[in-house]
Design a protein around this ligand. Structure first.
Ligand code: KG4
Ligand code: ZN
Length: 306
């Protein structure tokens, strides 16, 4: 059951106040419908899990308050879930699952990280973005091209119709960290210059522009994954998060994996962008470990994955 929030598309990004108000309106009907569709009664539940961050404070207040209230009313344990960790755990929904320790590239609208997942509890983050997330890089460049929000899936679709003929620079960041703000600025300057020469430049070249942006974002991500694999010697590698739905990234990982002798893992398409199944699978393993939260739980907008 998904309660969509199309209202944000009007603004080209998520509006925090609208998000939390919509959560408040939707949360009870969404949970009710999910139970009905699953044919499960409230009395059959074993625990209540809630994503507690990182995220927008207003939305977290709604989710955490609802989950605590429901768990207290039903006399069930409460399970706290980290959003980022849940994306990685989406790799455990379908077989084959990665073997520990594995490398996880988490790429979403809010995060870009490379982590070593040592077991179900221990994660070590070994690379992170210094500025924008990979999803933001897609969304912000898409906005420059006049594409709808979120632009990631649109760029992915249009890329298939074009060729990566425009060279956008790869940022020179040491180690395993990422940076996407320079790429966005260079695309902005490039597009502004071209539009002065030809006001229809973007319109006439949209497919090639999308293919070029996607190609560069994918190469930035893949080069760091390759470096991380070399540094750690780990050959089990998975991707997760909204941007792991990207066809260019999925193909690049699979191809590189074949060449390098890695075992690669990609979540099923519907488990890449935010979804409740990834939360449920994370909760399942926490439930087995009796890893329950206290009812004094408060929202954690900056909840770190490690
Ligand atoms: O994980 P997610 O649903 O939400 C966050 O936790 O942020 O990720 C959303 C992000 C957006 O930036 C969206 O543009 C991007 O994932 N995205 C994609 C694709 N599908 C979603 N980016 C590139 N290609 C896609 N196919
Ligand atoms: Zn997410």
């Amino acid at each position: 059951m998904i309660a969509d929030q199309k209202v944000h598309a009007l603004y080209g990004g998520v509006v925090p106040e609208l998000a939390s108000r919509n959560h408040q309106v939707n949360i009870i009907p969404a949970v009710d419908t999910a139970l009905k569709n699953a044919g499960v009664g409230k009395e059959e539940l074993d625990a209540i899990a809630v994503v507690n961050g990182p995220g927008l404070l207003g939305s977290l207040i709604v989710g955490v308050t609802f989950a605590k209230t429901l768990a207290a009313a039903l006399g069930l344990p409460l399970i706290e879930i980290n959003h980022h960790r849940a994306h990685i755990m989406a790799l455990f929904i379908d077989d084959p699952v990665p073997a520990f320790p594995f490398l996880a590239l988490t790429v979403s609208g809010g995060h870009t990280q490379i982590s070593i997942m040592k077991n179900f509890r221990d994660i070590e983050v070994i690379g992170r973005t210094l500025d924008d997330a990979a999803g933001e890089a897609f969304d912000k460049t898409g906005k420059l091209f006049g594409l709808d929000y979120p632009a990631g899936p649109v760029i992915d679709r249009l890329s298939k119709l074009g060729k990566p003929v425009f060279e956008f620079p790869e940022p020179k960041i040491e180690g395993l960290d990422f940076s996407f703000s320079g790429l966005k600025t260079s695309i902005l300057y490039f597009v502004e210059k071209k539009l002065r020469e030809d006001p229809d430049f973007v319109k006439n070249n949209i497919n090639d522009l999308c293919a070029s942006v996607q190609d560069r974002i994918v190469s930035i991500l893949m080069n760091k994954v390759i470096k991380a694999a070399q540094q750690t010697g780990i050959k089990e590698i998975g991707i997760a998060g909204g941007v792991s739905a990207n066809s260019g990234l999925r193909t690049a990982l699979t191809q590189k994996g074949r060449e390098a002798g890695w075992k690669t893992y990609v979540p099923r398409f519907e488990y890449c962008t935010d979804n409740a199944a990834m939360v449920a699978i994370t909760a399942y393993y926490k439930f087995l470990g009796k890893d329950f939260a206290d009812f004094s739980l408060n929202p954690k907008p900056r909840y770190s994955v490690d």
